[in-house]
Design a protein around this ligand. Structure first.
Ligand code: C2O
Ligand code: CU
Ligand code: CU
Length: 536
């Protein structure tokens, strides 16, 4: 089945689709729909999806691989009809090249900051750690989902300036998983992320390879990021209404990039494909579905494979999260399947979802003469669910938003504490804790813990008004236990408004200082981030 362009645009909610011009730059009209907000209408599905190159190590042996990766500024095409965009990336590409690691084999990376001295976007010097007393351009690279020592974790204050380098060691002593690397510099992570500082880090695992899941050319990474472009094709990032306080509480772009291209298409064969999806957007939550409808078979989450496959019509993915899923294109020759987004922004209480397009799959004729012998076993390796009574301690955390007198969002905090306040979370190495994340705000927040993986216990509605008056948490509904697709290992979790999200976390690793934070980068930069100490 093939939808016409017009049917597709209508399904995507574009008003007056008949009036759309084929493709033009710098359109003045806003009749064409929400994607002209930036003054640029871009034709969807005209560029092929770029496949991230796998970076070759500078040197390697059986126990370790070494890389030297330059972080720099360059121009790169993001759409057929836009001039090249100034971006920041790794080894000359945005997103950065994929690092292919193997379980048990150490990866050592020297990250070379070769960026210009001035930022391309407006730095807010009021934010903690981004004052006029520190250099404007700083980077510290973090391996999100990696179980690493504090010295290699990319602590927000451990930044380096242009000309300097950061050395990290990743031991890869954890199950195979889709990890990613990105900048984490204090007070400017949202700006460095917006310029493009992110890439995949795939931790391959021989145990997983034995399962016979689609692999090689049929195992594809998808990094989803929303952006807004000015008519010259350059990244446009908003500034707040007060000239001396440019920080904005969240960013929602008018276009969606996958692997650095606006609304790309991918030609696929009528076979099964594995996709590793990363939401690398600053603030946007996506609720994805295929049009015409076809289920996704989810096989993994942040920390690796689930216990078994879970069939899902829609996939919800918050900033920082990863989802591994399979789409079966067998028997679909000639079909076009469009990946749509139905999540409002802000999530979940915003208006309609725009933009609704993400990308398109075009099912072509088979090229590979060997038949698809991939398998989706009904069980993968068992994910042992942690028992509540194994926890030595329960901590309650409250997410808070603070308004200015004229009711603009001004700061977001965890437990009302600033980043530099003394450490309050100090789990002992080798113990299990339950963290209850109370969200009385109106937004969903993706909460992320460094250095470990945890499991979702449940989510439960509480009386927000009462909480605001008395700080008590009084539940008003039954607890909703983790659904099958959320029963795997997680490092980033959706904390919906009006609910308490309970996670259970085994804290173990190299003792020292890590962070936990909201992964909406605007929130993270305005101190919805706290240190935690893994005690030895
Ligand atoms: Cu994806 Cu603290 O980061
Ligand atoms: Cu992280
Ligand atoms: Cu947040």
């Amino acid at each position: 089945m093939k939808l016409t362009r017009r049917q597709l645009l209508r399904a995507a909610g574009y008003a007056g689709t008949g009036a759309l011009l084929p493709s033009y730059l710098a359109g003045q009209s806003d009749e064409a729909g929400p994607n002209t907000l930036s003054g640029v209408w871009l034709e969807p599905f005209v560029d092929p999806l770029p496949l991230a190159p796998v970076l070759a190590p500078a040197s390697a042996n059986a126990e370790s691989q070494q890389y030297r990766i330059a972080i720099s500024e360059f121009r790169q095409k993001v759409h057929r009809d836009l001039p090249p965009t100034i971006l920041w990336g790794f080894a000359g590409s945005m997103p950065g090249p994929t690092i292919a690691a193997r379980r048990g084999c150490t990866v050592k990376i020297d990250w070379l900051n070769r960026l210009p001295l001035r930022h391309r976007l407006v730095v807010d010097h009021n934010l903690s750690g981004a004052g006029k007393d520190v250099p404007e351009v700083r980077t510290t690279i973090h391996l999100h989902g990696g179980h690493v020592a504090p010295s290699s974790d990319g602590y927000p204050d451990d930044w380096v300036t242009p000309g300097a380098e950061q050395k990290t060691i990743y031991p890869n002593q954890q199950p195979g998983a889709t990890l990613w690397y990105h900048d984490h510099a204090m007070g400017i992570t949202r700006l460095n992320g917006m310029m493009g500082l992110a890439g995949f880090y795939l931790l391959h695992d021989p145990e997983e390879e034995r399962l016979g899941l689609p692999s090689g050319a049929y195992d594809i990474t998808l990094a989803v990021q929303d952006r807004t472009f000015d008519p010259r094709g350059q990244i446009s990032y908003p500034v707040g209404p007060a000239a001396d306080a440019p920080w904005v509480p969240e960013f929602f772009g008018t276009h969606v990039l996958v692997n650095g291209r606006v609304w790309p298409f991918l030609n696929v064969e009528p076979r099964r494909y594995r996709f590793r999806l990363l939401n690398a957007s600053n603030s946007r939550v996506y609720e994805l579905a295929l049009l015409p409808e076809q289920p996704f078979i989810q096989i993994g989450s942040d920390g690796g494979l689930l216990s078994g496959p879970a069939s899902r019509d829609r996939l919800l993915i918050v900033p920082g999260e990863r989802l591994d899923f399979i789409v079966d294109f067998r028997g679909r020759e000639g079909h076009r399947l469009t990946l749509m987004n139905y999540a409002p922004a802000p999530y979940p209480s915003g208006g309609t979802a725009t933009p609704r397009f993400v990308m398109q799959f075009r099912v072509r004729r088979p090229i590979n003469p060997t038949p698809d012998d991939s398998e989706i076993p009904s069980r993968f390796a068992e994910v042992t669910r942690l028992k509540e009574d194994a926890a030595v301690r329960t901590r309650r955390h409250v997410l808070r938003e603070y308004m200015t007198a004229d009711s603009r969002l001004h700061r977001v905090l965890l437990n009302g504490l600033r980043f530099d306040d003394p450490i309050t979370e100090d789990p002992r190495n080798g113990t299990i804790e339950i963290w209850e994340i109370v969200n009385p705000t109106i937004d969903a927040h993706p909460i992320h813990l460094h250095a470990i993986h945890f499991q979702l216990l449940d989510r439960r509605r509480f009386d927000v008004r009462r909480h605001e008056r008395t700080s008590e948490v009084v539940y008003i509904r039954e607890a909703i236990p983790a659904a099958p697709e959320e029963q795997g290992w997680k490092d980033t979790i959706l904390c919906p408004p009006g609910q308490v999200t309970r996670i259970i976390a085994p804290f173990s690793g190299t003792p020292g200082r890590f962070v936990w934070h909201c992964h909406m980068l605007e929130h993270e930069d305005n101190e919805m981030m706290r240190p935690y100490l893994l005690r030895g």
